[in-house]
Design a protein around this ligand. Structure first.
Ligand SMILES: N[C@@H](CCC[C@H](N)C(=O)O)C(=O)O
Length: 292
């Protein structure tokens, strides 16, 4: 088959279809993204990571401008949510993206910049073989947006609005046990104030932190519940530090798919976590052509 090349990978079980497309020649419509991510009629994933140079995406009209700090020659993570929508950033996606670039021999340095719509994201690849990666990502500035209320699982949660390049509401419920968190019904999308979050919002529900870190579940904008969300773990860490009156610190965030270590210092976050590449192949060209 000579259809587009793909890989499948995940970071703490937040899973992605990776589309190597250096020259940005693929017509990546929302319909094609949604079909790829569909777990019955496609490959199944929480999102798509197109791998292209920033300059190629600009020339192809996928990007109008290059966000600050990104060179045309830099690799750019063209991220799409499972419903076909575009999002500014994906913290787990950057780890899988950097792992793929290294494992495929497309970069040779361990430190380099990945472009995203939220700006340049410096990465350090500690390890990357054909299967496993271990990557630190500079997640950029963390901006607090004040208190916000959401309704999820039939309950009202008061949380902290946080911008990590994309929007989040991270809600700590001090009375929520790990078992109580696991038992919440995340089938129905959260309700939130659209005047506060006109482009939608990702919602994190957290237990109270303990010596071991904090437990989190997330309902992602444009996806639904996922087993991990990198930007969400940064929002969770920011909410934990805010609740304790701290500005800087390190928080381990436990998600259904694993654990991510988040550090926030002087309003800027980094995270470190794993990545795994699980499959590679070619799309059926007739299937691809048949989707709008
Ligand atoms: N899973 C991602 C976040 C993906 C984008 C999000 N759904 C949004 O629409 O903002 C992560 O790991 O950060």
């Amino acid at each position: 088959m000579t259809g587009p090349e793909f890989l499948k990978g995940h970071g703490t079980q937040n899973d992605f279809v990776v589309l190597p497309d250096p020259q940005a020649r693929l017509e990546l419509t929302p319909q094609r993204v949604a079909a790829l991510c569909d777990r019955q009629r496609g490959l199944g994933a929480d999102g798509v990571l197109r791998v292209a140079t920033a300059g190629a995406l600009l020339a192809a009209g996928v990007l109008d401008v290059l966000p600050g700090g990104i060179d045309p020659a830099d690799w750019f993570m063209d991220y799409r949510n499972a419903d076909g929508s575009v999002a500014e950033m994906c913290g787990n996606g950057v780890r899988v993206f950097a792992h793929y670039l290294t494992a495929a021999g497309l970069v040779s340095d361990s430190d380099f910049v990945v472009g995203s719509r939220a700006g340049a994201r410096p990465v350090t690849v500690h390890a990357a073989d054909v299967r496993s990666g271990d990557v630190t990502v500079g997640m950029g500035p963390v901006r607090e947006l004040g208190s916000a209320t959401v309704t999820l699982a039939g309950r009202e949660f008061v949380g902290l609005g946080i911008d990590v390049g994309n929007p989040h509401v991270a809600c700590i419920d001090p009375g929520l046990t790990a078992a109580g968190l696991a038992g919440l019904d995340f089938a129905v999308p959260p309700r939130y104030d659209p005047a506060r979050f006109p482009s939608g919002v990702n919602v994190e529900i957290l237990t109270a932190p303990d010596a071991d870190g904090v437990r989190m579940r997330v309902y992602e904008r444009g996806v639904g519940e996922t087993r991990s969300c990198g930007t969400g773990t940064v929002a969770a860490a920011a909410a934990v530090l805010h609740a304790t009156g701290a500005t800087d610190g390190e928080v381990v965030v436990h998600v259904p798919g694993g654990a991510i270590r988040v550090t926030i210092a002087a309003g800027v976050a980094t995270l470190r976590g794993p990545s795994e590449l699980v499959a590679a192949g070619r799309l059926n060209p007739a299937w691809w052509a048949g989707i709008g």
